[in-house]
Design a protein around this ligand. Sequence first.
Ligand code: MRU
Length: 361
Amino acid sequence: MGLAGESTNMDHVRLSDDGKYVVILDQSKLPSETEYRTLKSAEDIYEAIFRLRVRGAPAIGICAGYGMYCLAQTIHEEDYETFKSRFVEYGDYLNGSRPTAVNLSWAIKRMTAVVEGNSHKPVKDILPLLERECRAIHQEDIRMCRAISEFGLSLIKDGDGILTHCNAGPLATSRYGTALGPLILGKERGMEFHVFADETRPLLQGARLTAYELVKAGIDVTLICDNMAGTVMKNGWVSACFVGCDRVAANGDTANKIGTSVVAVLAKYYGIPFYVLGPTSTIDMECASGEDIEIEERDPDEIKKMFYQKPMALEEVKCYNPAFDVTDHSLISGIITEKGICRPPYEDSLKALFIPDPHQL
Ligand code: MRU
């Protein structure tokens, strides 16, 4: 239990041994309890995503992939069309659990494409293909995070101070993470960094998860309140900001945890490079700009009472609790993907990521 025990750099979203259920490390219980949870129904999977038991854009995508495979096994139908329509219904249901992270719909679309592309096969023969696809989504994320970590590491040097917001480490992905990946990889290679982790109000992903992961990885981390970011920047302690992303629009505007855009504005003021790190599965070329990104709004009680022993605001006070904000592309120094580092103008550099590489065809 607690901080002692396994590293977070392992499979915390996976299939159960019999392949029927999704097993997750319940992130909502961290850091005080290390509790795995078995998700047995569509409602369990929906609830786990909605309640942030599994969270972080890539981890949500991995969970949705495994979830769709598990749900497919519960559809006892030999008729292809009936099977497909029930599968699509499950996909639509899970897709409604959280709107902003594109990896959720991306993974569901990938799984649905397997069903649609094999309409000529008996339903029982589609199941192994779905299993292969969800396992591939997970394995690809491991490779993508590793590549992002390498590219990110090329931007920093031994001894640097890095500020991060929210949690974009192994828990939010598969291994290494995106924003924390370069730091964990660098540490494995003997480098030392000093990380400032914003606590990330209201759900405290920075305090509960980022600080936890970095302590476990043996990386020097200082937890700060969100409103202290300007002070540590002014003090000259921050060489770069590394953050994750939930959806990157075609022009580079980036949705990430609420407060990310504030960090970006501060970084610009203090002349500190601000990098977004994420896999290409988080880039949504169908979104022209941040204006097109749907921002999730959450329960006011997350602000007023969730982490307090007593309510910290009057019951009747109005709250506004958007889970994400959009950082304008003009504030972003680079977007680091598994395929390389994109620089402005992002319309061009992001588009280039999706041009098929003739060597890989
Ligand atoms: O609401 P959350 O905790 O799911 O928000 C997560 C973030 O904003 C992360 O920074 C993002 O998903 C990237 S995770 C690699």
